[in-house]
Ligand binder design. Structure first.
Ligand code: ATP
Length: 372
């Protein structure tokens, strides 16, 4: 059982671009919740020694101290990493969070795609209001396994390697069924779709075989399959029919941007990267240098990622109040959109980052006041 007032250490990595702007107001919302509940608090260990700007200054992408701080913390909260003009000698972008995925075994990238009220509808069909699905992106292997291992041969050919392993795929599929089960308990469809390209590649036939094995162990949840190209089509044609979609790393990278676009833009796309012992929470978007420093960023994705962090900490620690806080923070976002108090510029509203976070804060204060 947790003690009366538990302090959770959060390794806080603002990173680059809009990540630096969005994290402070998100931390303030978390502190507001902590003050309201009184039974938990946060120690934010803010590390600026990680990311592309730090690499430009110091020649390393993340200090050892920052990396170890992330390892030791109860959870990791990350803004965004990378700047297009800051590159490693290989020509690739600075991405220490990819090393964290590998080092901390963060195989399960949980990326909810949810249509909140009064946000941008890119699909005219009225059912688009009901979009509520989760993309579960494997985050340590697949095609990204090859990062740093690829080769260019004699300036005439380049090769990368895709890797699928049984232990990770089993755990990933089990996570998909668990997420679907939790969602089903709250009225969800109880459906997991395996997204692959099993008709062409042996690696994906292997992925599908393992999915089918795990599906047989989870008979209370319906299992389905879709090829990734058909899934891209179906995410535009009938996204409201899906619940949990589980897939390889690169497929998840691409389809989760499509998902973000469906519900307004990348500023609406939260993400939790979960392993057996660590959790890293960050928006699915990048550092958006095109809008950094202009008070234009939509903070919703980061705020919803913080809500996922609260939920994860609650399950791990048994601290029920954290779960209530997670529900409250997401409810504040929902209420602010419903009342048209939250109107991000990202999709035609009149609010930049400062006004948008203030709107969520106001909705949160109202909910906290109403619930006593
Ligand atoms: P990465 O590869 O690092 O994920 P990316 O190339 O996908 O990055 P992003 O930084 O995610 O690029 O930005 C993609 C587009 O979405 C840009 O036009 C950017 O301005 C916009 N964008 C991303 N996040 C937000 C946000 N929170 N609010 C408003 N616009 C955003």
């Amino acid at each position: 059982m947790p003690s009366a007032n538990t302090t959770f250490t959060i390794a806080t990595l603002p990173g680059d671009g809009i990540g630096v702007e969005i994290l402070p107001p998100t931390m303030a919302l978390l502190d507001t919740l902590a003050a309201h509940f009184g039974s938990f608090s946060f120690k934010f260990d803010v590390r600026r020694d990680c990311g592309a700007a730090y690499y430009r200054e110091c020649g390393e992408d993340c200090s050892k101290a920052a990396f170890e701080c992330a390892r030791a913390a109860d959870a990791i909260l990350l803004g965004a990493m990378g700047l297009p003009d800051v590159r490693l000698p290989s020509g690739t972008e600075i991405a220490p969070h990819l090393r964290m995925r590998e080092e901390f075994g963060l195989y399960a990238g949980v990326r909810p795609v949810k249509a909140f009220p009064n946000t941008l509808r890119r699909l005219a069909d009225p059912r688009a209001e009901k979009i509520d699905l989760v993309i579960l992106r494997e985050s340590t292997e697949g095609l990204f396994y090859t990062q740093g291992r690829g080769e260019v041969i004699g300036d005439s050919e380049a090769r990368e390697t895709l890797r699928i392993t049984r232990p990770t795929t089993e755990k990933l599929c089990d996570t998909a069924f668990q997420i679907a089960r939790r969602r089903k308990a709250k009225g969800g469809k109880g459906l997991v779709t395996c997204v692959d390209k099993a008709n062409v590649f042996r690696a994906f036939a292997f992925f599908r075989k393992i999915f089918d094995e795990r599906a047989r162990l989870n008979p209370d949840i319906t299992a389905a399959h879709n090829y990734v190209d058909a899934q891209a089509l179906d995410l535009v044609r009938r996204p409201w029919d899906f619940d949990v979609l589980v897939m390889e790393n690169m497929f998840g990278d691409i389809l989760s941007d499509l998902g973000g676009g469906l519900v307004g833009g990348m500023g609406m796309a939260p993400c939790a990267e979960l392993g057996d012992s660590h959790g890293l929470f960050q928006p699915a978007h990048g550092s958006a240098p095109d809008i950094a420093g202009c008070d234009l960023a939509n903070p919703t994705a980061t705020i919803l990622s913080a809500a996922m962090m609260l939920d994860w900490l609650s399950v791990r620690s048994g601290h029920a109040a954290l779960g209530d806080a997670a529900v409250m923070l997401e409810a504040a976002v929902d209420a602010a959109f419903t009342a048209r108090q939250l109107r991000p510029k990202e999709f035609g509203g009149d609010q930049g980052l400062v006004a948008a976070t203030a709107a969520v804060n106001t909705a949160l204060e109202t909910i906290m006041h109403a619930r006593g």
